[in-house]
Design a binder for this molecule. Structure first.
Ligand code: AMP
Ligand code: MG
Length: 413
């Protein structure tokens, strides 16, 4: 079962509008068991639309099209579909009546543009749009089903959910597709792939593995495709158990679980508390931890010690350490963690001090350098990382690295 998505609109190509339609449609098609083999984004241009339709015709079982169905002269999808289907536009009386009702309700007279909206290619079936004026259309050519929908996301979603998906389900005896995600942190993608070479090679045919990296976190997505739900679930469970055996230290959660959520669960389970002392992350760790509902049970607060005086006065980092080793140093960050833990009276504390950039780097401490410390009743544990040069990316990567070290410390207690 192959599917393709065509999104039409000049605004999508020049970056004025982000193409959220194709992401949503891709996810819906994937749930239905389709293999989405191509996404095409094109201008509102006759020859481009025809070229795209020709490209997928006969290759995909289903093609979803969005955009270009408005009432104005720049919307040319319908006319072009007529050309492709070798047919003409005819008024659809039900659509016309619905547009009339809407217009009457708002006290607008019917004009030529409205009348044009009620026209559809003669050979298509109308997919009712109860939330807007442009109808969806279903037609078939060379064994491919084409579904054309308006670009407005909520109208497109309505037509898909209410009309198109039920028809597609009837037409294609549904394949089962199950996705499971394993969240990892600790090694880069290339290294992880090397560790998992044997695992990948031994995967059963119906399972595919994808690496989805983001800020140091790598999501391993296992996708099982087949017809028997129970069988696929059992096979997936076996493969996931294997992963836990191969990389126990790298896995922190499953299915989109965030580090801060995992930390919250661990702290609640153990009845422990945490606070933060942040320099280069400027409160981002506090923000991440407190984004989790119920975090007040275990998170006490933060000292954003951006300035060295704050590090000294609130966190008791000795001036000599800052003078001798600098604020971005193992010694300073350890004192920050200890100081915050004492001040805020928590079981754990997490501290960061680094150089987010773009300026402030030196040869021995380049931009992207971070020292992290976790303090607990057993003392202080530290880690140093060197990331890249983008300030925003660094702040996120620093925070994620710090949270992962915190997670490991909580587990080991
Ligand atoms: P149209 O059906 O081409 O008149 O599209 C109407 C509006 O829907 C556009 O102005 C965009 O704001 C929005 N839109 C069109 N295509 C997309 C898309 N692929 N993703 C998100 N929004 C879209
Ligand atoms: Mg448009």
């Amino acid at each position: 079962m192959k599917a393709s998505i065509i999104t039409i609109g000049d605004e999508l190509l020049i970056g004025q509008t982000v193409d959220t339609n194709s992401a949503w449609l891709g996810s819906e098609l994937s749930i239905l068991g389709f293999d989405i083999y191509r996404k095409i984004t094109i201008h509102d241009r006759r020859e481009d639309i025809l070229e795209a339709l020709e490209e997928v015709k006969g290759k995909a079982d289903v093609v979803l099209i969005t955009g270009g169905l408005g009432p104005t002269s720049d919307d040319i999808t319908k006319q072009t579909l007529c050309e492709f289907l070798n047919t003409k536009l005819v008024p659809d009386h039900e659509v016309l009546a619905m547009i009339e009702t809407i217009l009457t309700r708002h006290n607008f007279p019917m004009n030529e543009n409205n009348r044009r909206q009620a026209e559809v290619p003669e050979s298509c079936q109308v997919l009712k749009n109860s939330v807007g004026t442009a109808p969806g259309m279903w037609f078939e050519k060379d064994k491919t089903i084409f579904i054309s929908m308006p670009g407005v996301p909520y109208e497109m979603k309505y037509i898909m959910t209410d009309q198109a998906i039920p028809r597609l389900k009837k037409r294609f005896t549904s394949q089962v597709v199950i996705h499971r995600n394993i969240m990892t942190y600790g090694v880069p993608e290339a290294r992880l792939a090397e560790i998992l070479t044997g695992f990948e090679a031994s995967l059963p045919e119906m399972i595919r593995l994808a690496y989805l990296p983001s800020y140091g976190i790598i999501k391993l997505r296992l996708t099982a495709t087949g017809s028997d739900n129970t069988l696929l679930t059992n096979i997936l469970n076996t493969q996931i158990r294997k992963l836990y055996e191969i990389i126990p230290d790298l896995i922190f959660g499953e299915n989109e679980e965030l580090l801060e959520v995992v930390i919250g669960k661990l702290l609640k389970e153990k009845g422990r508390t945490v606070c933060s002392a942040e320099s280069c992350t400027g409160g981002n760790i506090a923000h991440m931890l407190t984004s989790v509902p119920g975090s007040s049970l275990y998170y006490k607060g933060s000292v954003i010690a951006y300035n060295n005086n704050v590090k000294q006065e609130l966190l008791n980092v000795p001036a000599e350490i800052i003078e001798k080793s600098g604020a971005v140093s193992e010694e300073a960050v350890s004192k920050m963690a200890e100081g915050a833990r004492k001040l805020l009276k928590t079981d754990f504390s997490v501290a960061t001090s680094g150089i987010a950039g773009p300026d402030g780097g030196t040869e021995s401490k380049p931009v992207g350098t971070i020292w992290i410390a976790i303090a607990s009743e057993r003392g202080v544990v530290t880690e140093k990382h060197i990331f890249g040069s983008d300030r925003k990316v660094n702040i996120t990567r620093f925070s994620v690295a710090a949270l992962n070290l915190l997670r490991k410390q909580i587990i080991s207690h």
